[in-house]
Every structure is written in structure tokens, then in C-alpha cells.
Design a protein around this ligand. Structure first.
Ligand code: PGA
Length: 223
């Protein structure tokens, strides 16, 4: 798979923001799947600085920690702060995975499916919180986070002890039903796993490698 290498984080952010913008301008009722973490922060910054009518768009987040949703590091707080409060999107149109997870799946199915899914990649090859070993057919579910993920995400919580250990994630099967997928990766610590996932063996040990089975994926990287 082609990995498009961009010159800077600014270019990575604006390239993906342009894809989201074009999608919403062309199809105002678009259903989008959105990521959290540090990589997409620049993309959200770009998006809120553009004149874009979000009033018909519907969003689904990839994952949430099992934790108090009002905590400043919850993904609900992240999305409010970085996108939702800065656009005219309707709060009722913004969905996060919830239990029962089958009801969340029904909500996606009821919206006639996802038009565009934006993903990051974890240093262990996860997409959303589908950790190594996740079934390619997996659906939205409660998961235990990998030790590596807890370690990586402890930078947001101050310590490994205070970092959530469980999450609800969209499944790999759910993600793969998106019509279009864009994966963004930033930093040379992601380059090796990105190459392995995009051009190595397709295996459940490397969850992002499932994307090799999708026919409309764009991959962008900057160091
Ligand atoms: P990051 O996370 O953007 O904070 O590196 C990416 C991911 O885990 O999907």
C-alpha cells in the first residue's frame, strides 16, 4: 500500500482536514468516524478554522475509555474541546460507543453506514482500541487495553496507575465497512509499525494490517 509522506505535521493536518472538508461540502449529511489522541489535534485545529457547515453531519467516535465522561482526558471531553464546541454540529448528532454495544452498532447501521473514517495507529499497530490479536471480524465491544497502550497513554494521565485500563472500541469489522478510510500517522516512532501494517503480512497480530483488505484507504505520514 502506498504511504504518502508529507513534509510536516502542518501538511499532514491540513491534508486530512481538506479530505474531511471536501466530504462535508459535497455531502452535507455525511456520516464520519473520528479519532482522538495527539495525532489528529492539528487536523481538528485546521477544521475549526475553516468555514464549514456541520449542521447536517453525523459523527461516531472510534473509541472511549471506560471512565467518568466528564474527566478532562475522556474522549468525550477531548471532542467537545477540539471540535464540537467550535462548530455548529448538533450535540445529538455526535455519537460515542456505549453499552449495550449492539445498540451502538444499530445506530451506525441505522444511519446507512459510514462515509469516511479517519484513523490513527498505535505504536503496537492498533486501530481504535483494537489491540493485537483482535479478530478482523470484531464489532463494537468492551476491551482490556494492551500494556503498551496503557504505557503510551499514561502521558495524558500522569501515571500508568491513573490511566484507564478498559475501553469500548468500534470493531475492526465495523471500521472496515466504512466506504472510505484515511489513516494518519505522525512521528518516526510510528514509521516501522506503519510499514509493517501496510506492506507486511495481513495478520490479526497487527490489527492495522486489515486495511490492506479495503479498496479505498489513503495513508499519510510525516516524521
Ligand atoms: P496518538 O495515538 O495519536 O496519540 O499517537 C494514536 C492511536 O493510538 O491510535
Amino acid at each position: 500500500m502506498e504511504i504518502k509522506v508529507l513534509k510536516s505535521y502542518k501538511e499532514l493536518s491540513s491534508t486530512v482536514a481538506n479530505i474531511v472538508k471536501r466530504q462535508i461540502k459535497k455531502h452535507p449529511l455525511s456520516k464520519l468516524v473520528l479519532p482522538t489522541g495527539s495525532t489528529p489535534l492539528g487536523m481538528y485545529k485546521e477544521l475549526v478554522s475553516r468555514e464549514l457547515d456541520w449542521s447536517h453531519a453525523i459523527t461516531f467516535n472510534l473509541d472511549v475509555y471506560l471512565m467518568n465522561v466528564d474527566h478532562p482526558e475522556s474522549y468525550q471531553s477531548y471532542m467537545k474541546k477540539n471540535l464540537f464546541e467550535k462548530t455548529n454540529i448538533y450535540p445529538d448528532h455526535c455519537h460515542f460507543p456505549f453499552r449495550p454495544t449492539s445498540a451502538f452498532e444499530d445506530k451506525i447501521a441505522g444511519s446507512m453506514g459510514i462515509d469516511l473514517c479517519i484513523l490513527g495507529i498505535g505504536s503496537n499497530g492498533h486501530i481504535a482500541f483494537n489491540e493485537p490479536g483482535s479478530s478482523f471480524l470484531s464489532r463494537t465491544r468492551v476491551v482490556n487495553l494492551d500494556e503498551q497502550t496503557i504505557e503510551d497513554n499514561s502521558r495524558f494521565f500522569g501515571s500508568v496507575e491513573d490511566t484507564p485500563k478498559q475501553a469500548i472500541t468500534m470493531g475492526l469489522g465495523t471500521i472496515m465497512e466504512s466506504k472510505k478510510i484515511v489513516l494518519m500517522a505522525n512521528g518516526d516512532h510510528k514509521l516501522n509499525i506503519l510499514n509493517v501494517a501496510m506492506n507486511g503480512e495481513v495478520t490479526e497480530d497487527v490489527p492495522a494490517s486489515v486495511l490492506q483488505n479495503h479498496d479505498n484507504v489513503k495513508v499519510f505520514y510525516c516524521d
